[in-house]
Design a protein around this ligand. Structure first.
Ligand SMILES: C[S@@+](CC[C@H](N)C(=O)[O-])C[C@H]1O[C@@H](n2cnc3c(N)ncnc32)[C@H](O)[C@@H]1O
Length: 376
């Protein structure tokens, strides 16, 4: 599998697109907003006054309503602080990065409307903003040395640069780590994540200026054990749906056995130790948050009741969210003809689980805020 070609969210703005099915990721960015604002404040305290230009990169931006969300939060927070200090806002240069297969066409078409919305909603005091695309893998260098002030990435770093080498068909009947995976599968995944995350940190450490800040959020886990339900659940249901199709001769068994998802949800400990070992960044804070599978706000009885009465079932929403993310990589391995049937079966399994189980229906999300250790 060439990850650079096959990992991309469902394109466009249609029914199965990422743009239409990314409420969960939107919620993740919203709950991270106070952490972004705190990082901006600390950035401004060490770098302001004097910054006429602030360069921001969003890594793994995809295309849709979430793309400019965190970047807007960062720019708004900087402008607010400037106003409080009585200083003019800086100019912003924003780089939106994703793999070359990302739907940059739809993204670029949405930029003029974004510029207009800035003018209308933020007025002339808001510093000029210049947006550019940067195709390429964030596991390598993307930008010139010492050119970035603020880096953000959300819901992207749990995608690996490659399937861990040597897995072959060792993970029989599964798509990702599961309770039945042999230990060599678990350690291959953990090693690949460590390698990738270290390359990510090293590349950013060269690209960021002294005093730069970085906020990353990704799917993670609380447990030290990577085969617990919290990190494998969704892949497990997908594998179960595939297995029913293998039994009925709709999918070849060896095809299922040889698929391994280029994905890993690390623990906070794994992240901290990789950051410490790489050595370029200090962790300012690390938060572990739980987000409902359908991105809904079910914290109050009213909100839960409102979610129940929407036409689309919770299982349908969860299925569409997952489909928008994983369909491209499944299609490249299994072919596109079976996708409707696969996701119908997957939705039914989810529906049964969500209506009968008392177990978790939440993603564990880790948000880390870091600063470069470089001195001026
Ligand atoms: C679930 S989307 C998240 C999009 C957006 N940040 C959000 O929060 O809605 C994950 C994105 O990460 C991108 N991605 C995965 N691996 C990448 C890599 N190595 N380099 C750059 N982008 C990558 C995918 O193509 C995808 O667009």
């Amino acid at each position: 599998m060439d990850i650079k070609q096959i990992v991309h969210m469902n394109e466009g703005t249609g029914e199965t697109s990422y743009a239409k099915n990314s409420v969960v990721q939107n919620k993740i960015i919203s709950v991270g907003k106070p952490i972004i604002e705190e990082a901006v404040l600390s950035f401004c305290c060490t770098n302001y006054p004097g910054s006429e230009r602030v360069v921001i990169a969003d890594l793994g931006c995809s295309s849709g309503p979430n793309t400019m969300l965190a970047v807007s939060d960062i720019m708004d927070a900087i402008c607010r602080i400037c106003r409080q200090l009585g200083d003019p806002s800086p100019e912003f240069q924003v780089f939106l990065n994703d793999l070359p297969g990302n739907d940059f066409n739809t993204l670029f078409r949405s930029i003029p409307a974004y510029y207009n919305s800035i003018k209308e909603e933020r007025g002339s005091e808001f510093g000029h903003c210049y947006i550019a695309g940067m195709p390429g893998s964030f596991y390598g260098r993307l930008f010139p040395r010492r050119s970035l002030h603020f880096v953000h990435s959300s819901s992207s770093l749990h995608w690996l640069s490659q399937v861990p080498p040597g897995l072959g068909s060792k993970n029989k009947g599964k798509l990702f780590i599961s309770k039945t995976s042999p230990p060599c599968v678990l350690s291959a995944y953990a090693l690949q994540f460590q390698k990738d995350f270290t390359s990510f940190l090293h590349s950013r450490s060269e690209e960021m200026v002294a005093g730069g800040r970085m906020v990353l959020s990704l799917v993670g886990r609380r447990s030290a054990d990577p085969s617990t339900e919290e990190s494998c659940h969704q892949w497990e249901f997908l594998a179960q749906a595939m297995q029913t199709m293998v039994i009925q001769g709709l999918v070849e068994e060896k095809k299922l056995d040889s698929f391994n998802a280029p994905y890993y949800s690390p623990s906070a400990e794994e992240l901290r130790s990789a950051i410490q070992r790489e050595g370029s960044f200090a962790v300012d804070r690390l938060d572990i948050l739980e987000i409902d599978w359908d991105g809904g706000d079910h914290d109050t009885a009213e909100a839960a009741a409102a979610a129940e009465t929407t036409e689309e079932s919770g299982a349908e929403r969860v299925m569409k969210t997952i489909r928008a993310v994983v369909e491209s990589m499944l299609t490249s391995h299994f072919g596109g003809e079976m996708m409707d049937e696969l996701f119908r079966r997957y939705r039914d399994l989810l529906s049964h689980y969500m209506s009968t189980s008392n177990n978790t229906t939440k993603y564990t999300n880790i948000i880390i805020s870091m600063s470069t250790k470089l001195s001026y």
